[in-house]
Write a protein that binds this ligand. Sequence first.
Ligand code: GLY
Length: 363
Amino acid sequence: MIGAGVVGCAIAFELAAAGRSVRVLDGRASGGGASQASAGVLAPYVEGHDSRPLRALGQRSLDGYEAFVARIVATSGANVAFRRAGTMEVATGPDDVARLARSRATADAEGVAAEWLDISSAREHEPALGAHVVGALRIPMHGAVDVPALTSAAAAAAAQALGATFVKAQVLGLSADGDGVAVSTAEGVERAAQVVLAAGAWSAGLVPPGAEPAPVRPVRGQLLHLGTAPGTLRHIVWAPDVYLVPWADGTVLVGATSEEVGFDERTTASGVAGLLARAIALVPALGGASFLEARHGLRPASPDDLPLVGRSATLPGLIYACGHYRNGALLAPLTAWLIAGLVAGDRSDPALDLLAPARAGRL
Ligand code: GLY
């Protein structure tokens, strides 16, 4: 395994649970890349609006999320906050109202409960909403997970209970080793019959012989962590320019910028200022919140926003699991199930056709 983010650790957990010998290489501690800045929103009917395949994959992963988290919690003994608080996607003008009416129709057609709330109903559900909100689409089955906690619990479950090894080593290159793969690191060369590349935005830098680089590019997200009175918000509140994820302890995550700035891993003054201004406009009570932290992460974006999951055409021992863009937390369980199948030689899952790396070039 290359990569110990939420996707890599989910895969390591499933492979180790299936009895595989697993070794995970990453130059950072687990969850030290994009995962540390994920707000953990699990909302295929918000973030997959325009893509039927993305909604279907997200729904499938979400359907198995409770059981997946429960297995990790039972194996690791760690706590992982996860709840289906529901989303309220707010409208602030007629264009939003029309767009959310289309989203509701899509959800209805696909069997997902979605409720349009006029402003007085919206305020019954979320009294703290700002004056410019005119209505909201509520989707109760959506949820959120504490991604840093899930990532470290999956790593602990894989390592402490199931025998996986986590090695702090920066991976420098990939080459063939018979039918397997040689992985060069700053500390030496590691060899394995099968290697899973789950290095997020850094996957493009690890190019197998004869292949093109994986078309995965970094898109920076900045995220704020605020402290406020428990109960200020009940739902995940999503607006066109900001979203808010409340937790039981009263803290609220405020996401997120979306910036094409290469591998620039920083929080910036304008990023933080913009998020604060939009969050306070959406929920004025947040003006009195404590400022706890600002985080940053590089989302791994693919050309069609769907992950690349499948075997390399040039290095058959290599399996790609990268390019999850805005949905790494949501799609981590499904990715882990697909990779566990592939490692066992099972290519029958139709999702593998959709996610085949070959759609994006000679990979
Ligand atoms: N999934 C939320 C984000 O990427 O900002």
